[in-house]
Design a binder for this molecule. Structure first.
Ligand code: 9MR
Length: 460
């Protein structure tokens, strides 16, 4: 969780003093190894086009990420582009089973830590990839079966997620569990422990880090008509119906002649989102990097409110696992390709909804959440095109804890008269009194959704 700044006055445009405080808060959060992506955004105006992929995606509340390879973090050409352009990173290989648990029960996080630390130092969030996968298994794991393998899976999830608890935005809990073609389950050692291995993995993951979003991630599930897509869709629907904890589906999106981009991708994203999960494009690369196809993929994400963001699978073409396909946004010289410009322009063309749902009137429907011996009441404050203020009044106690949960993709970018921490992974603010009484407030960047947060109060 990251500390939010405390301000004496409600915000208009942030004053220089407030901006300084925001920067200080950002530095404080950085020193704690926490992501600070939202805090500097208080300085941005809603209508200014982003000049980097991350900034352009943030205009609509999304992220733009890249796979990062720890061995390249010493290359300034690499880190200059990665640091400038992206606000989410995925370790390309460093969190895989063979990297993190090369011998049973002996965890190694050296390389993955380098990436997570680099991300924190540079204000970026991290997608964890991947906890359970049929591939990239160390020898000891490959030799296990039955209950011993099942227990090893549970122990692995707990070991890795425990190490990174609170630092990961989303985990690919299970990767590539379905077979190509038929859409049945892939025949793997994990699958042979029983059909329920996937849901067990998700339940263990939820308990291990309740603040991380939990994703199922796969390739060749972008085309809505494919059997594999339908199988994953059925699994996610079943999980949602039975309460198996799943928050997101990752569409790897390695597009090439064998798995060409198809305009039905948007339908796929919409259908999955309608199940009540976020959708994420997690490993995007496109053979030959055609600008129009990149723009189409980005447009598909922008068309789906629950498409949280896009990650490309590498920085420059030579960094790609398919380098001969030149599938990425930067060439070997680090120069921006035509696809880069197409992606940036498409992101910048996304404008937050011009007619968002109206806020409820504070007089007709105050939001009150009594719990214990206090209640928190919200009231409308100033409004701007990109953000709005809410006042909060606590009654019933002078020593309270208020929890405020924002609907995605709204973000709290400032507070006043209160001591608060902001958990970006869950979109939750936790507030306590700071000696300024029981009336305080927040500034919310709405990203097109002006639905008020829910609040609850408990006496401390
Ligand atoms: O890009 C990754 C490559 O460097 C590795 O050698 C390979 C095997 O671990 O994995 C590649 O990344 C894969 C990702 O983890 C899962 N989806 C498919 C990706 C491309 O193969």
């Amino acid at each position: 969780m990251k500390p939010l700044t405390v301000m004496a006055q409600p915000l208009g445009r942030p004053s220089p003093a407030v901006r300084r405080t925001l920067v200080l808060a950002a530095v404080a959060a950085l020193s704690m190894g926490l992501a600070v992506a939202e805090i500097p955004s208080a300085n941005a105006t809603a209508d200014a086009p982003g000049t980097t992929l991350g900034a352009a995606a943030a205009r609509s509340g999304r992220y733009f990420g890249t796979a990062i390879n720890a061995s390249k973090l010493g290359d300034p050409a690499y880190t200059t582009i990665a640091g400038r352009e992206f606000d989410m990173v995925t370790p390309e290989n460093e969190m895989k089973l063979d990297a993190t648990e090369p011998r049973q029960g002996q965890f190694v996080f050296t390389a993955a830590d380098r990436i997570v630390d680099w991300a924190a130092e540079n204000g970026k969030r991290v997608r964890g990839h991947t906890l359970v996968w049929h591939s990239g298994q160390p020898q000891w794991l490959q030799s296990l079966s039955g209950s011993a393998l099942r227990q090893a899976m549970v122990d692995h999830i707990n070991g890795v997620m425990g190490h990174y608890k609170g630092r990961i935005y989303a985990w690919d809990v299970v990767d590539e569990a379905f077979a190509d073609g038929t859409g049945g389950r892939r025949n793997s050692n994990f699958q042979r422990t029983g059909d329920d291995w996937i849901e067990v993995a998700f339940r263990v993951a939820r308990a291990a880090d309740p603040d991380a979003r939990l994703c199922y991630n796969d390739y060749n599930i972008e085309n809505w008509t494919w059997a594999k897509t339908q199988s994953v869709y059925s699994m996610v629907m079943d999980f949602k119906q039975r309460g198996v904890p799943i928050d997101c589906v990752g569409f790897q999106s390695h597009f090439n002649s064998g798995n060409p981009y198809d305009a039905g991708f948007r339908t796929t994203l919409q259908k999955f989102a309608a199940l009540g999960v976020d959708v994420q494009i997690t490993e995007l690369d496109i053979q030959g990097a055609p600008a129009a196809t990149y723009a189409a993929v980005v447009g598909d994400c922008l068309a789906v409110p629950r498409c949280a963001g896009i990650t490309v699978w590498g920085v420059r073409d030579p960094d790609s696992w398919r380098s001969s396909d030149t599938p990425l946004l930067f060439d070997g010289n680090g120069d921006k390709k035509a696809a880069y410009t197409a992606v940036l322009d498409t992101l910048n063309a996304a404008v937050p909804s011009p007619s968002p749902s109206p806020s409820p009137s504070p007089s007709s429907s105050p939001v009150q959440s009594p719990a214990g011996s206090c209640a928190a009441t919200l009231s409308a404050g100033a409004k701007w095109p990109d953000r709005y203020n809410l006042g909060v009044t606590v009654t019933g106690s002078d020593d309270w804890v208020v929890t405020m949960t924002l609907p995605y993709p709204e973000k709290i970018i400032a507070t006043w008269n209160v001591s608060a921490t902001w958990n970006p992974a869950r979109n939750v603010l936790t507030a306590r009194p700071n000696g300024h009484g029981n009336s305080w407030g927040v500034t919310i960047k709405h990203h097109g959704n002006r639905t008020w947060p829910t609040v609850s109060c408990r006496a401390a």
